[in-house]
Design a protein around this ligand. Structure first.
Ligand code: ADP
Ligand code: MG
Length: 138
């Protein structure tokens, strides 16, 4: 599993027309697409996915945003996928994200920051299993 990570293209990037460019970037950077789907989270499902942040002040805003429109969920594969992908997306706050990172290029704010990326191998497995059955992985 250390070769796989989980990502979502968030509702802001979908709405702003960046999904194609972002998926192209995944491929250009050497990530293989293991699974991918367009879907929409209910508020309940978004709350469950982000349950780890339940006590944070931004939790309500985050759940509302993540259930506000369609997303693209995907499993990506590469050597050291979790850390390689976190490097590619950049810091949570686009103002602090590295030049050329996906969040620097496409995020609008710390909350509406274009993409999700798993933060550990353990969470990558949990998040991949949240969205994808074994029949949906290639
Ligand atoms: P990351 O997505 O970089 O792992 P976190 O796990 O800390 O960041 O937070 C999860 C998500 O919650 C962020 O990607 C962002 O959408 C939202 N978020 C984080 N911090 C804030 C904040 N201070 N204000 C509003 N939304 C936030
Ligand atoms: Mg996180």
């Amino acid at each position: 599993m250390s070769r796989q990570t989980f990502t979502m293209i968030k509702p802001d990037a979908m709405k702003n027309g960046h999904a194609g460019a972002i998926i192209d970037r995944f491929i250009q950077e050497g990530f293989r697409i293991v699974a991918m789907k367009m879907t929409k989270l209910s508020a309940d499902k978004a709350g469950e996915f982000y349950a780890i942040h339940k006590e944070r002040g931004f939790y309500g805003e985050l759940v509302e945003f993540m259930s506000s429109g369609p997303i693209i969920a995907a499993i990506l594969e590469k050597e050291n996928a979790v850390s390689a992908f976190r490097d590619l997306i950049g810091a949570t706050n686009p103002a602090q994200a590295a030049e050329g990172s996906i969040r620097k290029l496409y995020a609008t704010s710390v909350g509406e920051n274009a993409v999700h990326g798993s933060d550990s191998n353990e969470n990558a497995k949990i998040e991949c299993d949240f969205f994808f059955s074994s029949l949906e992985r290639f």
